[in-house]
Write a protein that binds this ligand. Structure first.
Ligand SMILES: [Zn+2]
Length: 321
């Protein structure tokens, strides 16, 4: 069987990118003042374009969660991402952990980020991912605010134990969250493997870079064969940039940020060679078609229908798939 035939027979998964610069990550937040971001040599544009080129080679489409600060300074990058067929989504404005903010601070940050991304490309944004997966049990109010601000889905809750983030008991597969205000939000957790009674992160970021490829492939097999669900893969543009300036953080932060940067491009290339990928908006549309979304006039379902209509209009023949 040719590789293309092999891929065609397989399930679609979700590809996502958190668009931020190397000096904006939580691991170095104590060393890099946000007021100094403008002084750091930015590499986010060229790194994101490298990711875009790699995706193009495999005709893979994804969702790009963009930091508002980046979108405001580089609106041409936002337009480039969109014009190459990817979905635009929101990764906050200042890349601060949600649990460190008050609800009002979170709302203002989210509004500002959504606005600058939408202004850059002239399209609406419906998806949110918190910086550092920082929607945890202590700040589930953030989901209410996201729904109120017009978001229809979120991908911020990591069902693992971690020192900086995670909700260990959270659901591992997509679900519809009913907010405290009664609104609905679709939640798409990043992929985990369950072994020995514990959830292990399986297919994104540092875990994709550092863990053996066999573990990543095990996750794909489990999701395809056992769960009949999509693997949510994620990466960051700085992860394909081994030449980035080094920041002298703690040993743990340096390990997390710098291990295997030189191998990430090849690792993502291998994953894209073996699997098919789509955007979260495609998933919403597919779920709307199969009635997987709640039909109680939820905004998520309405949006998914809208996405499906757009997808049909934008891509001839797509509606027959
Ligand atoms: Zn981030």
């Amino acid at each position: 069987m040719k590789e293309s035939d092999f891929k065609a027979a397989r399930k679609n998964h979700v590809l996502s990118v958190d668009v931020e610069d190397y000096f904006q990550v939580e691991a170095f937040a104590g060393l890099v003042d946000r007021d100094s971001w403008d002084k750091w040599p930015s590499r986010v544009v060229v790194n994101t374009q490298r990711v875009l080129d790699l995706f193009d080679e495999h005709n893979a489409k994804g969702t790009f969660f963009i930091v508002g600060w980046v979108a405001e300074r580089f609106p041409h990058l936002v337009r480039d991402i969109q014009s190459r067929g990817h979905e635009l989504a929101c990764h906050s404005y200042w890349h601060r952990t949600v649990y460190s903010l008050s609800p009002e601070e979170f709302r203002l940050d989210t509004q500002r980020a959504k606005q600058v991304i939408e202004d850059a490309a002239g399209v609406a944004v419906y998806g949110y991912r918190a910086p550092s997966w920082s929607i945890t049990n202590s700040c589930l109010w953030a989901l209410d605010i996201l729904a109120e601000e017009g978001f229809t889905y979120d991908s911020s809750i990591y069902p693992i134990h971690h020192d900086l983030y995670g909700v260990p008991g959270a659901q591992r597969l997509p679900y519809t969250h009913t907010c405290g205000n009664g609104m609905k939000l679709r939640e798409y957790p990043p992929a985990t493997l369950r072994m020995m009674g514990t959830n292990f992160p399986a297919a994104g970021g540092g875990y994709l870079r550092i863990f053996p490829s066999a573990l990543t492939e095990l996750a794909f097999r489990k999701f395809e064969n056992e769960y009949q669900e999509r693997v949510v893969v994620y990466l960051h543009p700085w992860e394909v940039d081994p030449e980035q300036p080094r920041i002298q953080g703690s040993l743990k932060s340096r390990f997390r940020h710098y291990t295997n940067l030189g191998r990430m491009h090849a690792k993502v290339n291998a994953v894209l060679s073996r699997h098919k990928f789509e955007r979260f908006s495609d998933v919403m549309a597919a779920e709307a078609k199969t009635n997987a979304l709640p039909q109680d006039a939820s905004k998520a379902a309405d949006h998914a229908e809208e996405v499906f209509a757009h997808a049909q209009a934008a891509v001839p023949g797509r509606g027959n798939q």
